[in-house]
Design a protein around this ligand. Structure first.
Ligand code: ZN
Length: 136
């Protein structure tokens, strides 16, 4: 990867992160992609899900839907179709924005609570709750 690209990514990562001392520890691992034929593998998918503190299945379903492709989740995530690292990174950013960061205080210390078929995101830092869409 060239340096410009890397710096641009860092910049984006910083923009995504809310300001404040406490949240500095939060980092989404850099996505590791492998393109093979018409498939794309996200090698460290489970690690990213863990960093986001989200169920890998929920996160995977989001990507399948956003990318409109089938795929499967095991040790790594495999997707039908060829996708670039930048593209996947952007999708991960949007997932984090919608399902991880608190809208009120901007912190990532949130959890998803499922009641019936509906998800609510609860912030452990400020107590805010918001309904989030369910992914089918
Ligand atoms: Zn909050």
């Amino acid at each position: 990867m060239d340096e410009d690209k890397y710096l641009e990514m860092l910049k984006r990562a910083k923009q995504l992160l809310p300001k404040g001392e406490e949240t500095k520890r939060f980092e989404i691992p850099r996505v590791v992609i492998q393109n093979q034929g018409r498939q794309t593998f996200v090698k460290n998918f489970n690690e990213i899900a863990k960093a986001l503190r989200r169920e890998p299945q929920h996160f995977a379903k989001y990507l399948f839907k956003e990318l409109a492709v089938p795929g499967s989740l095991g040790q790594e995530l495999s997707l039908q179709g060829k996708f670039s690292m930048d593209f996947i990174t952007r999708k991960i950013d949007s997932y984090a924005k919608e399902f991880v960061f608190c809208e009120e205080c901007g912190k990532p210390d949130t959890s998803l609570i499922k009641v019936d078929r509906f998800y609510t995101m609860k912030c452990e830092a400020c107590g805010a709750k918001k309904p989030v869409r369910s992914i089918k």
